[in-house]
Design a protein around this ligand. Structure first.
Ligand code: ADP
Length: 620
């Protein structure tokens, strides 16, 4: 090779070397891997751009400074430098570096020592930024920690709420049962491979539950579900349970898993049932049942209260109870509220209340405080019984006693007067007058006898002691006797008999006589302007005879007709207010006929007259 040739080759080789040095320098200066050198005193003597970029420093802020300054953990860098000064090679040494802006970078450092002639020149450090990785790891472990905490919380909640839990894996068909669920249901297995748990569902609910489970299996229920059924706890105690769960699908959208819980709701169900029973008792009660607040505001109003007071529940709820208290009794409410606040119940307090249309009712109140679970008085319940009828009957009974004395005294006085007159006339020998007086005595005595007979009958009916003496007799004969006795009572009336002499009945003759006497005397009494009274019999079919008494008197309204046969009932009407009576005649009539297995009937028109009739079997 010639000299010039040699020089040319050297130049080109030099050129190539220079290029390679330039490329290499560029590679380490500008490559993406952060690199630095630290000398034996721990001072950074060189760093590439990637390293500066990683921490955000300018060259002059980084190079020439102790590496210690840039580490967050001094013991870590001490440890690292220690290793290196012993010429150890360090691989993926974790450390935390401080950025210029205060951030911390997680890095992993790989380093060894560049030595020359056994002398420590500098360290060769590769810094790998693993911040993202570490943060991700951190996030993951935090998440895991949270998961563990949540699971623990759930476990505590489940234990505290007595929830039993289950987990059914559809691929294996195995159901895991928690110990709480085992205790709740009284079963002794913690896994169920073939659905034996369904055997203990209460028989009446088995079909519904099986149908639901098969729906679940066929993917017809997706997501959360719940149902309530009865279950035989420990195989023999019926409890109510609520089963809740949710389904989980796999990627093919098939059900893979079901997880859920079971809750014993027997207590809730029982109190619901008790409540429903109470509500139906309250609703079907004949007594008005009302509740109100301690301030006297109505909070419940049952159907009987609606009927009794004429106010609908919607009119009364939220309104003051004062509406149904008569003005002159308003202070009663203060007294009631005071007693209630003191927790003292009031039993059978008789008072008066007023209806929507202003009618006064005699009522008996039973009032009790309502307490909440902790025993505090929160309201008042009131049972209102309408005792108007009872009160009226009491009044009638009292009137009856005074009337009986009065009524018996009248004929007795008359008899006494007649007897005295007769005594005087007997001495005078006035036969005609004597006869008349004797007749008067007879009439009055008969009136008294009939009255006393009615009182006795009333007493006997009350004691259930009526005894019948059956005999077959001719009706016409009895009717004539009854009419004969009644003729004396009035001369304003025409009494007609309309009876075939062939009619015969099997009955208690005296009692049927008493019935006819009562009906006939009423027909006369309640036709104050006279008119025709007919007492008669008619055949209604082969076997039966209709016996009736009709008049042209004052008549009886439809509503009074319903109450006519009640004991002590009397029609309250000005037109007949002066007519005396006890209100027991028709009651006795109805009872006597009842004992004969028949009924008294009435047809009547106000102002035109009335017809009372009953049927007896024809034996003629
Ligand atoms: P009393 O006649 O003693 O009042 P009753 O029991 O016989 O008792 O009758 C009850 C009521 O029925 C009477 O008060 C009267 O108002 C009514 N009453 C009974 N019979 C008749 C009649 N024939 N016409 C009109 N009202 C009658």
């Amino acid at each position: 090779m010639t000299e010039p040739e040699n020089t040319e080759r050297l130049v080109s080789e030099n050129e190539a070397l220079k290029r390679r040095v330039e490329e290499l320098t560029d590679f380490i200066e500008n490559g993406s891997m952060p690199l630095h050198w630290v000398n034996g005193e721990g001072v950074i003597i060189w760093a590439n751009q990637a390293e500066l970029n990683l921490l955000g420093y300018q060259k002059e802020e980084y190079i020439g400074f102790p590496i210690q300054n840039f580490h967050a953990d001094s013991e870590v860098i001490e440890n690292l430098l220690n290793k290196l000064s012993n010429y150890e090679t360090v691989q993926d040494f974790p450390a935390r570096l401080k950025c210029k802006n205060g951030d911390i970078k997680y890095v992993s450092i790989s380093s060894n020592v560049f030595q020359q002639d056994n002398k420590f020149i500098h360290t060769r450090c590769f810094t790998k930024d693993i911040t993202e990785l570490v943060l991700e790891e951190k996030r993951k472990s935090e998440y895991q920690q949270k998961l563990i905490e949540n699971e623990e919380r759930l476990r505590l909640a489940i234990t505290a709420s007595n929830l039993g839990t289950w987990d059914l894996d559809f691929t294996t068909g195995i159901m895991q049962i928690s110990s709480e669920m085992q205790t709740m249901l009284g079963i002794d297995f913690d896994r169920d491979d073939s659905g034996i748990i369904l055997n203990y569902v209460y028989p009446d609910d088995k079909k519904a539950v099986s149908d639901f489970v098969s729906k679940l299996k066929h993917g017809k229920v997706i997501g959360p579900f719940d149902f309530v059924c009865r279950f035989l706890k420990s195989r023999n105690i019926m409890i109510w349970i609520k089963v809740q769960g949710t389904t989980y699908m796999n990627l093919e959208n098939e059900i893979q898993r079901m997880i859920g819980c079971v809750l014993d709701i027997t207590d809730i169900k029982n109190s619901e049932e008790k409540n429903a029973k109470l509500v139906s008792i309250v609703n079907s009660s004949y007594d008005a049942i009302v509740s109100k607040t301690l301030n006297g505001i109505v909070s419940s109003w049952n159907a009987a209260a609606e009927d009794m007071f004429g106010y609908d529940a919607k009119d009364m709820l939220g309104q003051p109870i004062l509406r149904i208290i008569p003005e002159d009794r308003l202070e009663e409410e203060d007294f009631i509220l005071e007693r209630m606040r003191a927790g003292e119940p009031i039993n059978h307090f008789e008072t008066k209340r007023i209806t929507k249309i202003g009618k006064l009712l005699d009522v008996s109140l039973t009032i009790s405080p309502i307490r909440n679970e902790s025993g505090e008085i929160t309201g008042i319940s009131k049972i209102v019984r309408d005792i108007s009828e009872k009160k009226q009957e009491e009044r009638r009974k009292n009137d009856f006693v005074s009337m009986v004395s009065h009524e018996l005294k009248t004929p007795l006085t008359s008899i006494l007067l007649c007897a005295q007159a007769m005594q005087r006339n007997f001495q005078n020998g006035n036969i005609d007058l004597g006869n008349k007086l004797a007749q008067r005595i007879e009439i009055q005595s008969k009136r008294m006898t009939s009255m006393i007979q009615d009182f006795l009958s009333l007493a006997r009916i009350g004691e259930g002691k009526i005894q019948l003496r059956f005999e077959q007799f001719q009706l016409l004969g009895l009717i004539e006797e009854v009419v004969d006795e009644a003729r004396y009572i009035s001369n304003k009336h025409v009494i007609k008999i309309n009876c075939n002499d062939s009619f015969e009945v099997l009955a208690d003759r005296d009692k049927i006589g008493q019935v006819l006497t009562n009906l006939l005397s009423n027909a006369v009494k309640y036709s104050p302007r006279g008119g025709t009274v007919i007492i008669g019999c008619e055949k209604i079919d082969e076997g039966n005879i209709n016996i009736y008494v009709s008049d042209q008197g004052v008549g009886i309204s439809k509503s009074d007709q319903k109450k006519l046969f009640n004991r002590f009932f009397r029609v309250e009407k000005e037109e007949i207010a002066h007519i005396s009576g006890f209100g027991i005649g028709l009651f006795i009539v109805a009872e006597v006929l009842h004992y004969h297995n028949t009924n008294i009937q009435v047809e009547s028109t106000i102002g035109e007259g009335s017809k009372f009739h009953f049927i007896l079997e024809n034996k003629g």
